[in-house]
Write a protein that binds this ligand. Sequence first.
Ligand code: NAI
Length: 331
Amino acid sequence: MTSVVMIAGDGIGPEVMSASQRILQAAGASLDWIPAPAGLDAVEKFGDPLPDQTLDLIRKHRVALKGPCTTPVGKGYRSINVRLRKELELFASVRPVQTLPGIKVPYEKVDLIVVRENTEGLYAGMEHVVVPGVVESLRLVTRDAAERILRYAFELARHQGRRKVTVVHKASVMPLSDGMFLKIADQTADDFPFLEYEQQTIDHLSLELALDPSPYDVLVMENLFGDVVSDLCAGLVGGLGVVPGANIGERYAVFEAVHGSAPDIAGKGLANPIALLRSAAMMLDHIGQRDAATRIERSVRKTLEANAGLTRDLGGTGNTESITERLIANL
Ligand code: NAI
């Protein structure tokens, strides 16, 4: 039995979390859930959307499954997700994107992984007013963080039997920062001669992804590029309701659906649990419970293909309960 910190989150968070927990149990996952607060409830109880005790629990148990959390806007709180990544050094965001049966999209064979640097770039929080009316936002790139994310992406490609790594940049405009990033990419690629390696500018990549995403395999890039490309790629296969996500560090890992707390449907029993469930399957893989992870992935595909009991965001007329029942029956 592996201990896993469970952050249910806000809005539809508790609904998709409890559905996922039922499916995980039925799939034979052996997990001991350690509940931890974050989001609006935590603000009421602890005056902080990400209380220290939650961070301490993740440090203790190392792995967490997180539902979407609402960061109160305009009240002086920093984004929960940005803080989690910073405090726990979750330097790599990993988003696998694959076409799924039963979901109509213009592309047939998308099978790629977006690896995004999570700790610096324009998200390093270095913004200041130079003089009134002039604001500077600094884009931080360090050798250490570049080496860490690039090596992670190549190792991931090797580990998962992938064939190609594409390093994304804009070195023509940022020759120092992205120039260094590319130099480190060249050095890293030397250690992986069995993998195809290419460099591509962010603008050209965007064009190519819209035209034909099928040639891409593992994509690695800095924070802002990665933020945008991750969501773009989710759109290629049916949107945020179906793609999983993980934030990985050297010591800790937090797995989470990438959609938000969906206040428009919260409490109505309409939420689709697949994104969180697939994130949980990534977590099972991470902690070595591969059989249960495979069973869940197969059930998701079978359920989507059968096109019965699906939630409205998937074009069905069902709800959280009906899709959960189908997912359990198809395990
Ligand atoms: P959202 O992802 O919550 O909702 C966008 C649209 O997608 C809505 O129509 C919603 O009903 C639908 N949707 C999202 N997830 C769904 C699911 N599992 N099943 C069915 N339909 C689903 O994005 P929005 O409205 O921009 O953000 C709402 C709140 O979520 C904000 O407070 C934001 O801060 C928070 N948020 C949290 C994230 C996290 O914790 N990882 C990520 C993104 C937003």
